[in-house]
Write a protein that binds this ligand. Structure first.
Ligand code: ATP
Length: 295
């Protein structure tokens, strides 16, 4: 099974000699999976999400293989900005590599979908709490992040927007993204998480697969290209390519994304000859993960 980001023996404390908030944490966040993080107040759930997001660094251990595109909704969104909502989203989209028009289009679409389209031109600091939270969610979604981290992102949203966010989470996971969320409502996305991560006081973290949950279906595509060919551009989120100098390509990816990957291979010039497409066994591993970089 492929992973998207991995924590290895990670510890975090906020001052030298201070108490460990997280300690000895080993955790795989795999492509195409939904993880729910649980634990009492102050146990370190937000700290865990910040480490996964890369906006905080571990005091011990390491983080490997963080995907390039990440979206993060913090527990408290700093909304007191003088920018209009859509201007802010467009700016973020550009930071994530979209062109100006594409970034503006995507930002507007997310505002619309979350029911905040009428606030596109409103300065962020003038937004109501609920509308600011919609912008907080939209900013995490612009650019279609491979890894999405939601820290109580539903809090403050109206019921319609909560339902939209539930749907978006399911869509991201089905498209091969990984989503990690914290929410105080135990019924949030009930039955959907593939993994429950429990953070205990003292910083120990245990991950378990809930009864009845199945690993997401994965596919492996083998293809042959020209010797020396590079990895084709535009592969879907969550696709892990391994390529030999002889042009032998092995792609492991969440099953729902396999059609999109095949389209990329067939449209590429010079082309790829697809040799096989097969479902991966539920526990089959992908040894090709070792290229993950230290974070
Ligand atoms: N920037 C910081 N500086 C110092 N201590 C911090 C910092 N951030 C968090 N902490 C401490 O780390 C511990 C864990 O905090 P964290 O916010 O990660 O917990 P949490 O499980 O998300 O809590 P809650 O459920 O209340 O949101 C707390 O004791 C908190 O006071």
């Amino acid at each position: 099974m492929i992973w998207c980001v991995r924590l290895e023996d990670v510890g975090r404390r906020y001052r030298v000699g201070g108490p460990w908030v997280l300690r000895g944490v080993d955790l795989d966040v795999r492509a195409g999976t939904l993880l729910r993080v649980e634990g009492g107040n102050g146990t370190g759930k937000s700290t865990l999400l910040r480490l996964l997001a890369g906006i905080d660094a571990p005091s011990a251990g390491r983080v490997r293989g963080r995907p390039r595109t990440r979206g993060y909704v913090p527990e408290r969104f700093p909304a007191a900005l003088p920018l209009p909502a859509l201007g802010y989203l467009t700016h973020l989209g550009r930071v994530r590599g979209l062109g100006r028009r594409a970034a503006a289009r995507e930002g507007a679409a997310w505002l619309e979908r979350l029911g905040a389209g009428q606030y596109a031109a409103t300065r962020m600091r003038e937004l109501s709490k609920g509308s600011a939270q919609k912008v907080a969610v939209a900013q995490a979604l612009v650019g279609g992040p491979e890894l999405l981290l939601l820290d109580e992102a539903w809090t403050g949203l109206d019921q319609d927007a909560r339902t939209v966010l539930d749907g978006v989470v399911r869509e991201r996971v089905a498209a091969g993204g990984a989503v990690v969320f914290v929410d105080h409502d135990p019924a949030r996305l009930a039955g959907a998480p593939h993994v429950i991560v429990r953070v205990a006081a003292g910083g120990r973290v245990a991950a378990e697969v809930p009864a009845g949950a199945r690993r997401p279906a994965m596919t492996r595509i083998e293809a042959l290209g020209a010797p020396g060919a590079g990895v084709p551009e535009g592969l879907p989120t969550g696709a892990r390519p391994r390529l030999t100098p002889y042009g032998e390509l092995s792609l492991t990816l969440p099953a729902p994304a396999s059609d999109a990957a095949l389209r990329v291979l067939l449209a590429a010039r010079p082309g790829w000859h697809v040799r096989s497409v097969r479902p991966l066994g539920e526990w089959e591993t992908d040894e090709g993960n070792d290229e993950g970089s230290a974070g």
